[in-house]
Each structure stands twice: as structure tokens, then as C-alpha cells.
Design a protein around this ligand. Structure first.
Ligand SMILES: C[S@@+](CC[C@H](N)C(=O)[O-])C[C@H]1O[C@@H](n2cnc3c(N)ncnc32)[C@H](O)[C@@H]1O
Length: 259
């Protein structure tokens, strides 16, 4: 991996606001992992996994919407996502398999063309309650393109399966505190290299610990990251800065692009 200077924009804002500041048709790939709307669902479950619920879902404060409210927020998100993507842009959205159908319906209303539902298999999940049920070791991801146009797909003549397997984020990737649902760099690298070229623009509107930003830097892509939570935003900023010192924090109050 190479590390060079390139432009980065980071917004500590609600993405439904920050996305409006992004130029139309300026993004090559949206790679993102929004709230899966599992907070309230998990609260109603007969499970003794209280710690998991508290850490991962509603009580962590960023996945506690009512279903209809979440659907509305996803409509607003997809409307902006369609506007900012280039005509040959792509989107990979991680999503709980439980919510895939809802997201595909919303995306098609906003002129996205649905291509694939894939699976990420985590090789080393916590074996919680392993004598009671199947261990939760998978998450879905959806691949969309702007209607009618397929953009970059760097398969180099190889058949790329809709299944990817990695370990969870190693501790080295959590140096600045990590995130309860942090994605490993190797996972995001797979999509960034496949769906973009050097100097392309990658956007993550729900960036959490900034994994998409770190991988974009390491692979010489430009990056725009948005995160609503101030703590996660600070961790992401530190983490991305660690890769490349010339990274600048942008907010709606001080919006500027630097190299
Ligand atoms: C599933 S996590 C993303 C994890 C990330 N992929 C990583 O590797 O660390 C979703 C993130 O979206 C943030 N978030 C939720 N709603 C948001 C919104 N409306 N705008 C911006 N960020 C939001 C949450 O605070 C949370 O950090």
C-alpha cells in the first residue's frame, strides 16, 4: 500500500444535512454502513444479550429510530446519494439481511439499479450463547449503480463472488478507541479497489471510526466522510490523520477543501 497526499473532507454532522453541501455528480463510490434499525427490534427480543444490545444497538444512541422514521431517513439519504454520485458511480451499503428488502425498495424509488445482495462472513465472531443458537457471523451488503450505468469493476478477468470472508478488525485498527461495529480495513479495501481507481472520490456518510477514510488514503483515493457522533468523529479524524498528516477537519461552519 502507498501513502500519498490527497484531499479529504470530514464532516461532524448529520449526513442528511452534510450531503447537501456536496457537489452533484462528484462521487465515484459510496461505501457505507448505516444504522440497521435493529435497536428497537433487539429490545423486544427474548434474549439475555443485554450487554450486546447496549453496546451495539439502540442504547448506543445511533440505532434507536422507530421503523417508519428510519425508512423516511433512508429515503432522504438515497435522494442525496443519487444526486452526489456520478452517472457511472456505485454504492455498496452494508445492511442487516432482515432489512435488505426495505432498502432495495427505497433505492429503486430513487433511481438506483439494484445489482447484488452479498454476504460478509466474519471468521472470528464472539461465540455468544453457542449452545442455544447459530452464531451470528454474517452481515449483508448491497451493490447498486445509478440506473442503467455500470461503472468501474476492476475484476481483472477474475470471477468475483458475492461472498467475502475476513476476520473482525484487529486491535491495531482500534488504536484510537474503535467503534462497536467497526469494519475491518481488508473488507473495505476489497470494495474500494474493485469499484474505484486511484484519485477517484469515495464517500462514507456514516463513517464511524473512519475505516473507509483510512483505506481510501492508503489506496490513493480521495475521501469524504460524515459522522454525527462527536466522539467517533474525533477518533476517525485521529485515525485518518495517523495515515496522512495533511488531513483537515471540515464542518459546516468552516468548510474548505485542502490538500
Ligand atoms: C454502523 S456504524 C459505521 C461503522 C463504520 N463503518 C466503521 O468501520 O467504523 C454507523 C455510524 O453512523 C453514525 N450515524 C448514525 N446516523 C447518522 C447520521 N444521520 N449522519 C451521520 N452519521 C450517522 C453513527 O454514529 C455510527 O457511528
Amino acid at each position: 500500500m502507498v501513502q500519498i497526499k490527497q484531499s479529504i473532507k470530514l464532516y461532524n454532522q448529520n449526513c442528511l444535512d452534510a450531503l447537501k453541501e456536496i457537489e452533484s455528480e462528484s462521487v465515484d463510490l459510496i461505501l457505507t454502513d448505516p444504522p440497521y434499525n435493529l435497536g428497537n427490534f433487539m429490545r423486544g427480543r427474548q434474549t439475555n444479550l443485554k450487554k450486546m444490545r447496549d453496546n451495539f444497538f439502540g442504547d448506543a444512541g445511533w440505532d434507536d429510530m422507530e421503523f417508519e422514521e428510519w425508512i423516511q431517513s433512508m429515503h432522504l439519504y438515497f435522494e442525496q446519494a443519487h444526486r452526489v454520485l456520478k452517472k457511472k458511480g456505485s454504492m455498496i451499503m452494508f445492511m442487516s439481511l432482515l432489512r435488505v428488502e426495505s432498502i432495495v425498495k427505497i433505492a429503486s424509488k430513487h433511481n438506483f439499479y439494484y445489482k447484488t445482495t452479498g454476504v460478509w462472513h466474519k471468521k472470528n465472531p464472539m461465540p455468544r450463547n453457542m449452545n442455544l443458537h447459530f452464531i451470528n457471523s454474517t452481515e449483508g451488503w448491497l451493490y447498486f449503480v445509478v440506473k442503467g450505468r455500470t461503472g468501474t469493476f476492476n475484476n481483472e478477468g477474475k470471477a468475483i463472488h458475492d461472498f467475502i470472508e475476513t476476520a473482525l478488525s484487529p486491535t491495531g485498527e482500534k488504536k484510537y478507541g474503535g467503534h462497536p461495529t467497526q469494519k475491518p480495513e481488508s473488507l473495505f479495501e476489497h470494495f474500494i479497489k474493485l469499484l474505484t481507481n486511484e484519485d477517484d472520490v469515495v464517500l462514507d456518510p456514516f463513517m464511524g471510526s473512519g475505516t473507509a477514510g483510512v483505506v481510501s488514503k492508503k489506496t490513493n483515493r480521495k475521501f469524504i466522510g460524515i459522522e454525527i457522533n462527536e466522539d467517533y468523529f474525533q477518533r476517525a479524524t485521529l485515525r485518518i490523520n495517523d495515515i496522512e498528516k495533511n488531513c483537515y477537519k471540515l464542518t459546516s461552519f468552516n468548510s474548505q477543501e485542502m490538500r
